[in-house]
Design a protein around this ligand. Structure first.
Ligand SMILES: Cc1cc2nc3c(=O)[nH]c(=O)nc-3n(C[C@H](O)[C@H](O)[C@H](O)COP(=O)(O)OP(=O)(O)OC[C@H]3O[C@@H](n4cnc5c(N)ncnc54)[C@H](O)[C@@H]3O)c2cc1C
Ligand SMILES: NC(=O)C1=CN([C@@H]2O[C@H](COP(=O)(O)OP(=O)(O)OC[C@H]3O[C@@H](n4cnc5c(N)ncnc54)[C@H](O)[C@@H]3O)[C@@H](O)[C@H]2O)C=CC1
Length: 445
């Protein structure tokens, strides 16, 4: 006879855990709770939907309560869990219609995700100040965009959400100012040699960049009208914040150990400091192979993998995470940028004797007259150990597969010297015999 496994949160991490238990360990009983009314909304499609690059949101969901229930789970939607008794192994919550839930568990999986960071500023309660995380947030923004009087939009935060939304709003015919306290866009991911290219891309499509500026307040009567920074004032009919996520870990109630940013501290099996309680996705830490330490990286990819791992361990089959590299990418008006591991800036800040090796070339052999684009690459490595710490790539060509090589290299702690003569295939349709990856590695001192 199996066990009762309660899952709190049924979005990407929760969905992965629930499906793994139902598919691979069906002898167990799964009971899931989610405060929201929908499951598995792919936020990554939000900008595409807002920017009208896809026809609607339907394809952005890949699971549902019904799909889980067909496989035997009990799913309580619109049910917020408010308290956990870790000694009695009970969770307590309330459904939207007032129904009280008191549910015992043998194993517990916390998949409560993250919340957008909300700055404490004057004017945050004005109309048309938006956060973008949920399906409902995207729907509200799209509804508001039907109002032609919303002509100018300020996007605060030039990270992944902000840059993607800046493109989406321009595609909607809106004027956009993109504000960030960092000196470049995408500062948390790329060195300035790369983020500068994205900045130019944004400007060439009409996005006004207000970098190195901190928002101090929002002004307006009922509706927001002005964003005031420490350096300037920007008129805005809508303000959208994308200044990062914080882990949603109130249910830890001081009982579960937390990482410095408040995420549940988990081991390689996703287990928290309380035995039999697992935490996955955006509410939990990851092991970052690039820095060989615990870290916090909020990505759907990490959420899915950690859900699979926790499900195995909760069901009694040991499965350990191999760690992550934080590999990610962005594509804006056809400019693709990808990175994995850490940037040179972050490596130096962390005290590594870090160096970078850069190379720029055509993707394919020069005689390929059509569809041949420039590619730029940076490999970051430790001059002392020679181990690769990170990589950044940028092109109009789809170079996305290349970054996986570096992700694996970092996971396996490969040295830059080993990469120099690494076997990379050549076919003119795809690349050159002197591949840019090889050339960047060979150029490393
Ligand atoms: C606009 C946008 C674009 C993104 N693009 C990408 C991308 O391209 N690639 C990528 O890898 N990542 C992307 N991300 C990040 C990705 O969406 C998150 O990393 C991912 O959603 C994390 O999944 P999760 O299940 O851990 O947490 P969440 O998605 O935050 O889900 C947590 C769930 O828990 C529920 N919950 C919370 N507390 C309770 C409670 N007390 N009781 C009951 N239920 C509760 C919530 O209702 C929610 O359904 C994007 C995010 C956004 C917002
Ligand atoms: N393509 C992808 O893989 C995507 C991933 N995501 C993930 O979702 C999470 C949340 O995304 P974002 O909110 O964009 O976070 P982010 O971490 O990507 O960017 C946040 C940005 O806000 C800036 N910032 C912080 N505080 C600020 C302040 N007070 N004023 C002005 N700027 C400020 C930071 O300098 C940073 O550039 C991230 O983990 C991100 O990786 C989101 C969208 C797309």
């Amino acid at each position: 006879m199996g066990e009762t496994i309660v899952v709190i949160g049924a979005n990407h991490a929760g969905t992965a855990a629930i499906n793994t238990i139902l598919d691979q360990f069906p002898e167990n009983r799964v009971i899931a709770f989610d405060g929201n009314s929908n499951i598995s909304f792919l936020g990554c499609g939000m900008a595409l939907w807002i920017g009208k690059q896809i026809s609607g949101p339907e394809g952005l969901f890949y699971s549902s309560r019904e799909a889980f229930e067909e496989k035997g789970a009990v799913v309580h939607m619109e049910t917020e869990i408010s308290r956990i008794d870790y000694d009695k192994k009970m969770v307590y919550g309330r459904e939207k219609d007032g129904t009280i839930h008191e549910q015992p568990y043998d194993k517990l999986i916390l998949a409560t995700g993250s919340l957008p960071i909300r700055p404490e500023l004057q004017g945050m309660d004005l109309e048309n100040v938006q956060f973008v995380k949920l399906y409902q947030n995207a729907r509200d923004v799209i509804q508001k965009l039907k109002d032609p009087s919303i002509r100018r939009i300020a996007v605060v935060g030039a990270g992944y959400i902000g840059v993607e939304l800046a493109e989406a709003f321009v595609r909607n015919g809106r004027e956009v100012v993109l504000i960030d306290c960092a000196d470049t866009c995408l500062a948390g991911y790329y060195d300035s040699e790369f983020s500068y290219i994205m900045g130019k891309n944004l400007e060439s499509h009409g996005v006004e960049l207000a970098l190195g500026e901190t928002v101090v307040k929002l002004e307006g009567r009922k509706r927001v009208q002005t964003v005031v920074t420490d350096q300037a004032r920007y008129q805005a009919d809508m303000v959208v914040f994308g200044i990062g996520f914080k882990p949603n870990t109130g249910l830890g109630q001081g009982r579960l150990k937390l990482f410095k940013n408040g995420a549940y501290l988990v081991d390689r099996r996703q287990e928290t400091s309380v035995a039999g309680v697992y935490a996955i996705g955006d509410c939990a830490t990851v092991y970052n192979n690039a820095i060989q330490a615990t870290d916090y990286i909020a990505l759907a990819t990490n959420a899915v993998r950690s859900g699979i791992i926790a499900a195995h361990n909760a069901c009694g089959r040991t499965l350990e995470s191999v760690g992550v590299q934080g590999s990610n990418g962005i594509s804006i008006w056809g400019l693709h940028m990808l990175c994995t591991g850490i940037s040179l800036k972050r490596a130096q800040k962390m005290g590594y004797a870090a160096a970078s090796s850069d190379y720029e070339d055509w993707q394919k052999a020069e005689f390929m007259e059509n569809g041949n684009n420039k590619v730029k690459i940076r490999i970051v490595y430790d001059k002392e150990t020679r181990i690769i710490l990170g990589a950044q790539m940028c092109s109009d060509y789809d170079i996305s597969m290349g970054i996986h090589l570096f992700s694996m290299a970092i996971e396996e702690q490969v040295t830059i010297d080993k990469l120099k003569l690494f076997d990379l295939f050549f076919l003119p349709h795809f690349n050159k015999p002197y591949n840019y990856i090889t050339m960047a590695a060979l150029a490393a001192r």
